[in-house]
Design a binder for this molecule. Structure first.
Ligand SMILES: Nc1ncnc2c1ncn2[C@@H]1O[C@H](COP(=O)(O)OP(=O)(O)OP(=O)(O)O)[C@@H](O)[C@H]1O
Ligand SMILES: [Mg+2]
Length: 386
């Protein structure tokens, strides 16, 4: 349902507009001045905003400026009285979508709103197409464990089930998470990633849930957290085993109630987010050591996907080498280098403690250092056996 925010200090105008637009099937919120309007604008995402020009506290032009700074994607239509058509024109130059005159002409009002909404849909779709054009990398591998992972992804992606992905460094956990999102019904929504290990524990709450301006010393601006950013899409909590216990408690609440609170705010915000988590830790051991909450483990681990280390699926090494050669040579803008069967065999025999990521780095090194084609000697010279 299209949602519209109406900001006007004249109650009669708000009432008329609300009546007309509700009748047309729009969902309406009202605000009596620019300040209140801005508050609503920051709290939820509207499809279109109708905004008066002359208002107490914050006038229409100031609202336009502040609102576009916050989110420039929402079309704002100015409502102008007789006295301020020039200002309305000025507003359009400053980024307002259009203006309509008071008293609003019904047809023109509806057409303007429909056009604004349509433009926005187009902007959104273009962004989406661009994102999709930067497609998710293939998951290469024909070994039994990789086939099983692909099957599991096909099955669980379209559901809303939460997923816990486990496996060593560099096995491809993030890739699995991307594919789940891509094949889910949320693929058109955002995929937001948080690396829990990279954020200091005192900042993780604000990172995940956002904060209000002034809620703590360094909170100089309001911030939208990752949960809110992921609304309608997927939130990927990477390295969840490194999350502090206090943040775990908050995440648990968000998952149980589908609501979050920004740090320093008194209101809850509903969020519609699917959570996928990954870790290279043995979470049950962490639970035993009281470093991870068992209830959170059960909440997220509805589906468990374990990605085995590369040493357990060495059959995949030749396919991976071939793909990496193609990708890397492509990136360097050179023809795909050949690699001898012996060289591939040699690589297959190595102990890949860094898993697929390490293999990719090694292939890149070989592409750079070898001659026209990659030989067994190149492998023994440039790749140190472990
Ligand atoms: N099956 C695969 N096919 C092609 N590329 C892969 C595959 N698995 C992993 N990769 C590549 O290997 C690299 C490491 O993968 P990824 O980042 O998903 O691993 P990870 O398990 O999340 O690692 P970490 O635990 O270090 O975060 C990436 O460049 C990824 O694209
Ligand atoms: Mg990762």
């Amino acid at each position: 349902m299209t949602s519209i925010l109406i900001i006007d200090d004249e109650k009669a105008i708000r009432k008329t507009l609300t009546e007309i637009l509700s009748f047309e099937g729009y969902k309406i919120d009202e605000a009596a001045d620019g300040e209140e309007g801005l508050k609503c604008f920051k709290e939820r995402t509207y499809d279109v905003v109708l905004c008066d020009i002359k208002m107490p506290k914050l006038d229409g032009i100031e609202f336009l400026q502040k609102a576009s700074e916050h989110n420039g994607d929402v079309p704002i239509i100015m409502i102008s009285g007789h006295g301020n058509i020039e200002t309305a024109v000025e507003a359009v130059k400053k980024g307002a979508y259009d203006f309509i005159q008071k008293p609003p002409d019904l047809n023109r009002l509806l057409i303007t709103i429909r056009n604004a909404k349509e433009r926005n849909t187009l902007v959104f779709e273009t962004k989406n197409l661009k994102r999709r054009a930067a497609r998710v990398q293939d998951m290469v591998g024909e070994s039994a464990p990789v086939k099983k992972i692909k099957e599991t992804i096909e099955k669980v992606a379209p559901t809303e089930a939460r997923i816990m992905i486990t496996g060593d460094n560099g096995v491809g956990k993030e890739l699995v998470a991307r594919w789940v999102h891509e094949k889910s019904n949320r693929a058109d929504g955002p995929l937001i990633e948080v690396n829990c290990a990279a954020i200091p524990s005192e900042l993780i709450e604000s990172e995940l849930f956002g904060h209000e301006k002034g809620s703590f010393t360094s909170a100089i601006k309001q911030r939208i957290g990752k949960f809110e950013q992921a609304n309608g899409g997927t939130l990927f909590l990477d390295e969840i085993g490194d999350m502090s216990l206090s943040a775990q408690a908050k995440v648990l609440r968000a998952l149980q109630e589908g609501k979050i609170t920004r740090v320093g705010a008194d209101k809850d915000i509903s969020v519609d987010v699917r959570v996928i988590a990954a870790t290279n830790k043995d979470l049950l051991k962490e639970v035993e050591e009281k470093k991870f909450r068992l209830d959170l483990y059960h909440r997220i681990g509805v589906i468990l996907i374990h990605v085995p280390s590369l040493n357990e699926r060495k059959d995949d090494v030749p396919l991976l080498v071939d793909r990496f050669l193609e990708d890397i040579c492509g990136d360097y803008g050179i023809a795909k280098k050949m690699i001898s069967d012996e060289a591939v065999k040699q690589l297959q025999g190595y102990n890949w403690t860094g898993n697929v990521r390490e293999l990719r780095n090694v292939v890149e090194r070989l592409v750079i250092l070898s001659g026209k084609s990659i030989t067994r000697e190149d492998v023994t010279t440039y790749v140190l056996p472990k």
